[in-house]
Ligand binder design. Structure first.
Ligand code: KE4
Length: 431
């Protein structure tokens, strides 16, 4: 369904952007490829709202793809940046701000004793993979179809057929060599995992997984899958890498590992940890992290890692989540949204399933529960695109793909939720 409201300034900005940047964007997810139409250019944001360059206001459920758990332009974060910016923006030397952010991460994330700050979730997962290989001296890495860990060459691979598959690259430029040591399995397939380890166990350096998936839409792990992840990695001396870039500080102060009792060897973080500025992190036991240069020999570096502005925004965000936890409010608002969306979808008679964990939610246009990439791939993405634009034209900005999670923030209120539900009722009955 093409957008009804016209957005001339966004249209013009996008026309120019396409002459400057590939596809007119700096990250492909923003190009609206999955829903058609043209991306909307944002002028500013505040609390739960986005304002586009044509003056339209939207209730925001992207939250910058996760970071904005406290809402946009959260005053304490703005104040911390204002205080920091006059002191210089980057020194290339250690700062106490890095100590403060790392102390908060170690305090909040159960499995982390030592942590290294980087600049994105991709850098975090890339470094975690290298660390697992460096610690174990092994080459192979296991990942799961439908799990996204950033644009790391060895993780940009599609699942092949059969249980334990040597992956094939699914992006030009990713060489067969780069993905030769990547084994791709089915999420929530405990038996397939055990079979892969029976075959390759002694050569597997690490298993990386999303503890609650957000990148095929929200998919919860089964208990059996979590048990198998812990048992096979322990049994074979493989490191368990919990990718909490999206779930970290989102589902609980200690992320999905606190909520689900997961005990990873390495945790990767991003998004919320920077409060909307570029921060990623990876951490684990002091022993494992002692392998990272300059303490150990595993190389990793970054000019802007631990940047004073980013650590100020990140530390203020984590301090707020620790001292004034919004999780009860997030649960109340998110449950209200789930209940309303479920009722609206039921009233429409359309096939759907809905998955939610805390303030992460996905309405799937499929009558079959989504438990892995195989079932996720059966969704009616055309119908999702129509739903997306119908909501957008009613002032509700959803993630622009069926295979993403919607995020509720502490800045949303009951009125926002009820307006979202009312819009969904209108749109769904017209699909
Ligand atoms: P970044 O490099 O984009 O900071 O993080 C990569 C990453 C790693 N791990 C998980 C679980 C992630 O979800 C991500 C990034 N998430 C996507 C959206 N689902 C970012 C959006 C984008 O690519 O623009």
């Amino acid at each position: 369904m093409p957008p009804v409201a016209i957005r001339p300034k966004s249209h013009d900005a996008f026309a120019l952007a396409q002459t400057l940047m590939p596809g007119g964007v700096n990250s492909p997810a923003r190009a609206f490829g999955a829903v058609g139409g043209e991306p909307i250019f944002i002028d500013h944001a505040e609390g739960a709202y986005l304002f586009d360059v044509d003056g339209n206001q939207y209730i925001d459920y992207i939250g910058s793809w996760g970071p904005m758990i406290l809402g946009h332009a959260y005053p304490p974060v703005v104040e911390s940046l204002a205080a920091a910016i006059g002191r210089g923006t980057s020194y290339g030397a250690p700062t106490v701000g890095e100590n403060e952010l790392c102390e908060l991460i170690i305090e909040l994330v159960p499995s982390i004793e030592k942590v290294r700050l980087v600049n994105s979730g991709t850098e975090a997962t890339m470094s975690a993979i290298r660390l697992a290989r460096g610690v174990t001296g092994r080459d192979k890495i296991v990942k799961f179809a439908g799990n996204y860990h950033g644009h790391v060459d060895s993780l940009l691979v599609a699942a092949g057929s059969a249980a334990a598959t040597l992956a094939v690259p699914n992006s030009p430029g990713v060489t067969a060599g780069a993905s030769a040591d990547t084994v791709v399995l089915e999420y929530n397939d405990a038996e397939g995992l055990e079979a892969a380890f029976a075959k390759h166990g002694s050569t597997i350096a690490g298993v990386i997984f999303e503890p609650v998936c957000g990148n095929m839409g929200v998919v919860l792990p089964t208990k059996e899958f979590l048990v198998a992840l812990h048992s096979v990695t322990k049994q074979h001396g493989t490191l368990l890498i919990c990718d909490e870039v999206m779930t970290g500080f989102r589902l609980a102060p200690g992320g999905a590992q606190e909520l689900l009792g997961i005990k990873p060897d390495i945790t990767t973080l991003g998004k919320i940890v920077g409060g909307g500025l570029p921060v990623g992190a990876y951490g684990g036991s002091a022993e494992i992290m002692s392998h990272v240069l300059p303490e150990g020999k595993v190389f990793q570096a970054g000019t802007l890692s631990g940047n004073p502005l980013a650590t100020a925004a990140g530390a203020t965000t984590l301090r707020t989540l620790r001292d004034a936890p919004p999780y009860e409010r997030l649960e109340m608002l998110s449950e209200r949204l789930e209940t309303g969306l479920r009722a609206a979808a039921e009233k429409s008679g359309l096939p759907f399933t809905l998955a939610r964990v805390g303030s992460m939610l996905t309405l799937f246009f499929s009558g079959e529960p989504v438990t892995s990439w195989k079932s996720a791939a059966k969704c009616d993405t055309k119908r999702f695109a129509d739903f997306f634009w119908g909501m957008m034209d009613r002032g509700v900005y959803l993630p622009c793909s069926q295979y993403e999670a919607l995020f509720v923030s502490a800045a949303h209120n009951e009125n926002d939720i009820d307006n979202t539900i009312a819009a969904a009722e209108e749109v769904l009955k017209g699909l």
